[in-house]
Design a protein around this ligand. Structure first.
Ligand SMILES: Cc1cc2nc3c(=O)[nH]c(=O)nc-3n(C[C@H](O)[C@H](O)[C@H](O)COP(=O)(O)OP(=O)(O)OC[C@H]3O[C@@H](n4cnc5c(N)ncnc54)[C@H](O)[C@@H]3O)c2cc1C
Length: 350
């Protein structure tokens, strides 16, 4: 029997942030992942502290960025791979009214620090932007695919990763912890993203799931080195490749890319770029979204030492380190969870 402190189910952004808490505190772990969910691997990976529709502040943006940026930096050093591509985000304006709203937002306490009041003029003939852009500060992109791939490899080399489905029916809950096949553990943390729907212990939680699709285009004449936000995000990847996304779809819960998703993104793109481009890839995943747009974290109400770490929604990159730290402190020091993320805010059977 292999004995560990923690079993973690899932190896997405949420789990990785939590496993790093375990490692830092010398706790042993076994991680299961079966690639059934794609959200973390397909994500655009953006971090951006401003809601670019309304020019308001993102929930706890400063607190979460202050944790997230050093977290990814440390991971880069540990995994010896570049993850954080610090890149400005330019919000394209479509009217003078929008420019004025931008200036008004600059005076607001939580947003002002993150936006530049200078209007950036468009000098690129391949972009349609008569009203220029507003620049958001402290933004960038985490290469989530590189992160997941290299983190799994790192776990594999330590014999801490099992590349298979976690079968809930084979989990035995005892007074002293858990037994799963030949593994015994003191704690179990479920971080399956939208896969939570199949988890009999927590599937009553109100996780909705919002499908998102992204395309990758090749556009040799575009030549931009910033992230452009218009009706879609355009993210430079290098070598004339750009990722464009994302869609929001609430009924289809599959990871399959669709023609409809592609057409939507292509037609949005044509409203703000002028040059030729070719779609060379398309991906889709389900964001683990919750009706009140806050994470789902906490202990099972009947089963001691069983926890959920989920509901990272549309902003997993910055939220993950924050919720992972909250959960770890809750488990080991009995620190109360931020009530906004505590899964017991919902009256369910779990
Ligand atoms: C198109 C798209 C674009 C996005 N863009 C951004 C962005 O730019 N910035 C941002 O911050 N966020 C973005 N997101 C959101 C972000 O991806 C999510 O918030 C985040 O990935 C959720 O991470 P997670 O670890 O909770 O879930 P997941 O990434 O879904 O990970 C859960 C893992 O659990 C595994 N699993 C599930 N069930 C089982 C089981 N029974 N046994 C074994 N393994 C299991 C799955 O295979 C998966 O690997 C985007 C999402 C999408 C879909």
């Amino acid at each position: 029997m292999n004995s560990v402190d923690f079993i973690v189910v899932g190896c997405g952004l949420a789990s990785i942030a939590f496993i790093e808490q375990l490692k830092f505190n010398q706790q042993s772990v076994i991680v299961f992942d079966d690639n059934s969910q794609q959200s973390s691997t397909v994500a655009g990976g953006l971090y951006n502290p401003v809601v670019l529709k309304r020019f308001t502040s993102v929930w706890k943006s400063k607190e979460q960025l202050d944790l997230a940026l050093p977290f990814y930096k440390k991971l880069e050093q540990k995994l010896k791979v570049q993850l954080d591509y610090k890149t400005p985000v330019l919000r394209r304006f479509t009217s003078t009214e929008e420019q004025n709203n931008w200036f008004a937002a600059a005076d607001k306490p939580n947003v002002g620090n993150f936006i530049s009041t200078k209007i950036v003029k468009n000098t690129n003939p391949a972009i349609k932007a008569d009203y220029g852009f507003g620049e958001v500060l402290q933004t960038g992109r985490i290469d989530t695919q590189a992160l997941i791939d290299s983190y799994k490899n790192y776990l594999l080399t330590n014999d801490e990763f099992v590349n298979s489905k976690f079968d809930y029916e084979q989990l035995n809950c005892t007074e002293n912890g858990f037994v799963y096949k030949n593994i015994s553990a003191k704690h179990i943390v479920f971080a399956e993203g939208f896969g939570l729907k199949h988890n009999p212990y927590f599937n009553n939680l109100p996780l909705n799931g919002t499908k998102g699709e992204l395309i990758t285009i090749e556009a040799p004449e575009l030549n931009i080195d910033f992230i452009l936000k218009s009706s879609a995000f355009l993210i430079p990847l290098g070598n004339h490749l750009y990722r464009v996304g994302a869609t929001y779809e609430w009924t289809d819960k599959t990871n399959n890319p669709t023609e409809k998703g592609k057409e939507e993104l292509v037609s949005k793109l044509k409203t703000f770029i002028n040059c030729e481009f070719k779609v060379i890839d398309q991906v889709a995943g389900i964001r683990p979204t919750v009706k009140d747009r806050r994470p789902l974290v906490g202990e099972h109400s009947a089963q001691k030492n069983m926890f959920v770490l989920n509901g990272l929604g549309t902003r997993g990159v910055v939220i993950a380190p924050y919720v992972a730290q909250q959960l770890y402190k809750h488990i080991t020091s009995n620190t109360a969870l931020d009530p906004e993320i505590d899964c017991h805010r919902f009256k369910t059977e779990n």
